[in-house]
Ligand binder design. Structure first.
Ligand code: CA
Length: 218
């Protein structure tokens, strides 16, 4: 799953990006509000971590513009302790949650899971169908009740497909959800990934719809 990290502090940004990638997220890091605005416009993010005090364009302005154009990507605001007005303002503008700096990385991950879950409309951490259930906390899939571990990319792929079981996602949409800016994406990367997933989940778990993309049965 891809996260957009918006943070102008080099040290915080670098360590967060590293920690997020260690936790299986693909993290794109931008250091100012204008770049955040254009990255969000490209879409594909599961979640945004948004610092408020940013060069070129304030974090609250990035948020306001995103919500104004109908972008519903979950936004978790990362803010300093003294910024009460900013926090209230950002929640009113459509932020999903906030976290005070400095924070424990484990708490950040838990809050990211929580805002993503709420966006998926699930009160708990399981999404999917009767046959295929994805656990957003453990990142395991249950295939007819049998649990299987997933790699970060397999998890991102299944998460995208299971958000709306039955909906067809194109190659481009899947690539957009799985790979970050630094990732080398070969033309058959999705095919290879799905081939491996079928061995794990069963040949029929992910169906190809010729010329359009892939879906899971609703
Ligand atoms: Ca800042």
């Amino acid at each position: 799953m891809r996260v957009l990290l918006v943070e102008d502090d080099e040290m915080i940004g670098r360590s967060l990006k590293q920690a997020l990638e260690g936790a299986g997220w693909s993290a794109d890091w931008v250091r100012d509000g204008e770049l955040a605005h254009s990255a969000l416009g490209d879409g594909g993010y599961t979640c945004v971590l948004l610092d408020l005090g940013l060069p070129r364009q304030d974090g609250t302005e990035v948020l306001r513009r995103a919500r104004e154009r109908g972008d519903a990507t979950p936004v978790l605001v990362l803010t300093a302790r003294d910024g009460l007005d900013d926090r209230i303002h950002s929640l009113d503008l459509g932020a999903d949650d906030y976290l005070l700096k400095p924070f424990e990385f484990r708490e950040l991950l838990a809050r990211m899971r929580a805002v993503v879950r709420r966006r998926d409309g699930a009160a708990h951490s399981l999404i999917g169908t009767a046959a295929l259930q994805l656990d957003l906390t453990t990142r395991e899939v249950a295939v007819n009740g049998v649990r299987e571990a997933l790699t970060a990319r397999e998890f991102a792929l299944l998460h995208a497909l299971l958000e709306r079981p039955g909906a067809i996602l194109s190659r481009e949409q899947l690539e957009n959800r799985i790979y970050g800016w630094g990732d080398e994406v070969t033309s058959n990367a999705i095919d290879v990934l799905i081939h491996g997933m079928r061995r794990k989940l069963g040949a029929d778990a992910i169906r190809n719809v010729r010329g359009l993309g892939w879906r899971v049965a609703a």
